[in-house]
Design a protein around this ligand. Structure first.
Ligand SMILES: Nc1ncnc2c1ncn2[C@@H]1O[C@H](COP(=O)(O)OP(=O)(O)OP(=O)(O)O)[C@@H](O)[C@H]1O
Length: 329
């Protein structure tokens, strides 16, 4: 897309802090109603990018457009942005309803209208019954929903979420992820989510933007990126663990669950290449076992279901063509 229908657009945006270039020439277009996930390892520039969109940080170069307007130097409160932080930042002395209505009150919205919008926002996040409680009387997941409702109630042009699920325990995180997907779909609100969790991005995003040292390493729909990472960096970040050179293919990667382990005496299979190797280690993981193979001095990981395999056994590691991804070397 050329970005003309984008709610948020970044054009060659950079941000330096002294010698550190936190964000380095990022172009980004976030279409209306979509969810874009900014993703990458610690220090890659996710939060700085989000803070520049929110207006808490100024770019040292480039431009930011919101709703088609140049917002590069606009104050945060003039940007019509809803934000949810890791810490939720709820007001402890205010009830849930007052927390959710806070942004509307400071914007001078009439009392009746505030009541209607607070009700709708609490309904959307499934908290209508708890509107009179204070934040300390809520679970982490419920506080999270209040923060979301508060951000949505102002009807922002864009909702910015900075690692919103990272303070929740693993089970709740998975539940809230599904809930966030539903809320975003139902509200149709344009959303930018910062996360270092690739599963979260894969599940939620219409567009994934993977950052590496402040630059866009790859951007696209999860279904495009996941099967075809453009570089070793992206592949590693998406959980591809095997990197090896295959004749006719050059440098390739393959996920452990796609490597097959056969008896050494088996013939080369159709539709794939294979290598003899030795099992150096087996880790039982409940639903499968992770088998570490030494293949001519290279380490190959294979996730196998049934395992009467033993350490020290000679085997054949098979790399099926349709799961082998070529990488630039
Ligand atoms: N105010 C600042 N002053 C100096 N350096 C900064 C500042 N803010 C960020 N940086 C640096 O910019 C780089 C990018 O930081 P940023 O917080 O954007 O990364 P991140 O991808 O959000 O990381 P994390 O996942 O750890 O939060 C890092 O090297 C960081 O140390």
């Amino acid at each position: 897309m050329d970005g003309s229908d984008a709610v948020v657009r970044l054009a060659a945006v950079s941000r330096r802090f002294g010698d550190v270039t936190a964000v380095d020439g990022v172009d980004l277009a976030v279409p209306a109603g979509s969810l874009t996930a900014l993703l990458g390892p610690s220090g890659c520039g996710k939060t700085t990018t989000l803070r520049m969109i929110a207006g808490y940080e100024r770019p040292t170069a480039g431009q930011i457009f919101i709703d088609g307007r140049d917002a590069t130097t606009l104050a945060p409160e003039k940007r019509n942005i809803g934000m949810v932080f890791q810490s939720y930042a709820l007001f402890p002395h205010l009830t849930v309803a007052k927390n959710v209505g806070f942004g509307l009150k400071v914007r001078g919205v009439a009392r009746e209208e505030i009541r209607t919008r607070v009700h709708a926002a609490l309904e959307l996040v499934g908290l209508s019954d708890l509107s009179g409680r204070r934040p300390r009387e809520l679970s982490g997941g419920q506080q999270q929903r209040v923060a979301l409702a508060r951000a949505i109630a102002i009807r922002p042009s864009v909702l910015l979420l900075d690692e919103p699920l990272s303070n929740l325990d693993a089970r709740l995180r998975v539940q809230m992820r599904a809930e966030l997907a539903r809320i975003q779909r139902e509200s149709g609100i344009t959303t930018i989510l910062v996360t270092h969790d690739q599963e979260e991005a894969l599940q939620l995003a219409d567009q994934m933007v993977i950052l590496d040292s402040g630059r866009v390493a790859q951007a696209g729909h999860p279904r495009e990126i996941f099967p075809a990472p453009a570089s070793r960096f992206v592949a590693t970040f998406l959980g591809y663990e095997n990197f090896l050179t295959l004749p006719g293919r050059g440098l390739v990667t393959i996920r452990p669950e796609h490597v097959e382990v056969l008896p050494e005496s088996d013939p080369d299979p159709d539709g794939g290449q294979s290598r003899p190797g030795t099992i150096s280690h087996i880790t039982y993981r409940g639903t499968d076992s992770l088998v570490t193979l030494d293949v001519a001095g290279e380490t190959v990981l294979a996730a196998v279901k049934d395992s009467d395999l033993r350490e020290g056994t000679r085997v054949r590691a098979v790399f099926p063509d349709d799961h082998v991804v070529s990488l630039p070397s």
